[in-house]
Design a protein around this ligand. Structure first.
Ligand code: GUN
Length: 294
């Protein structure tokens, strides 16, 4: 078993991003700027947004966190998004998900100018990604592709099985792995809660991406000998063992599955760190106008 080491890869790529951000700042007289909107007090979301903001500062970006009470109306939130869309000092805008039930995430996603949509969730970015056109790719799938690229994992002609069809990970991941690109060119199976014989589907995978949000869902009996296993799960459980009071578990039973896998990502220290890299790269590209010219 070889480790797909998110700590190592993210640190290397962040060094490059930092250098590019410095060059951008020298030339333009301003730093790349990401705004993150956080609604309510969801513990996981607070941690993720704090980490995104901290990492922006680490690579020399400006970061702004706008917080709203859980009761903010959809109209008020959309009005703020429209204001940010017009603000030329802001390059990227993300609205942390999930949102409270009274706010429609589709409406929010579509309110964001697709040229600032560094989460890559807007239908324009999704459609352009599917067509292999210049676009913002969602951060987690983007980070996974960067990791596969870094380790030179051979994906062409392989059977990839994605477990989970979320808009944020599973669905875009299936598109990217199937695209005519490197990494890519996989034969992709996108599995979900209604998939029949899930175990057999996963067993067929040369590459398995687990993104279902259930602790240790993928067990050793579901994984082919020699498979490449990507664990997207960040399942938080309260724990007295850690300083934060929480312990993270992946969607994959690492201990057992690592005995069969040729390559595997740990949790923590795997995909989570690469997600941040994907977001930082998108923000830098938004500032530079390389995805959509300014
Ligand atoms: N919630 C879980 N993952 C993400 C993400 O990548 N972006 C946003 N905005 N919300 C999320």
């Amino acid at each position: 078993m070889n480790l797909l080491d998110g700590k190592l890869v993210s640190a290397k790529i962040k060094e490059d991003i930092k250098k590019e951000a410095e060059a951008f700042t020298r030339q333009s007289g301003r730093r790349p700027h990401l705004v993150a909107i956080l609604v309510g007090n969801d513990g996981g979301s607070e941690t993720y947004v704090a980490s995104k903001m901290r990492n922006c500062e680490l690579v020399g970006f400006e970061s702004t966190n706008i917080r709203y009470d859980v009761n903010i109306s959809e109209e008020e939130l959309i009005a703020k998004i429209k204001e940010i869309n017009q603000d030329t000092s802001i390059d990227g805008l993300i609205v942390q998900l999930p949102l409270p039930k009274h706010i429609d995430p589709e409406k929010i996603t579509e309110a964001i100018d697709y040229r600032k949509d560094v989460d890559g969730f807007h239908p324009i970015n999704l459609g352009r990604m599917q067509r292999n056109l210049s676009c913002f790719v969602p951060a987690t799938p983007y980070g996974i592709m960067l990791m596969l690229e870094y380790y030179n994992i051979d994906t062409a002609g392989k059977k990839a099985v994605v477990v989970g069809r979320s808009n944020i990970v599973g669905s875009p991941m299936s598109i990217l792995l199937a695209r005519n690109s490197n990494p890519g060119n996989c034969t992709v199976t996108l599995t979900h809660s209604r998939t029949a014989n899930l175990k057999d589907e996963v067993l067929a995978g040369d590459i398995v991406v687990a993104a279902i949000g259930r602790k240790h869902f993928v067990t050793a009996d579901m994984v082919k000998e020699g498979a490449v296993v990507i664990d997207v799960g960040i399942n938080r459980e309260e724990s007295s063992e850690t300083k934060s009071g929480f312990k993270l578990y992946g969607d994959v039973d690492f201990e057992e599955v690592s005995k069969k896998a040729s390559w595997i990502t740990p949790v923590p220290g795997g995909v989570g760190l690469m997600t941040i890299v994907g977001l930082l790269k998108n923000t830098l590209e938004a500032a530079k106008g390389t995805v959509y010219s300014k």
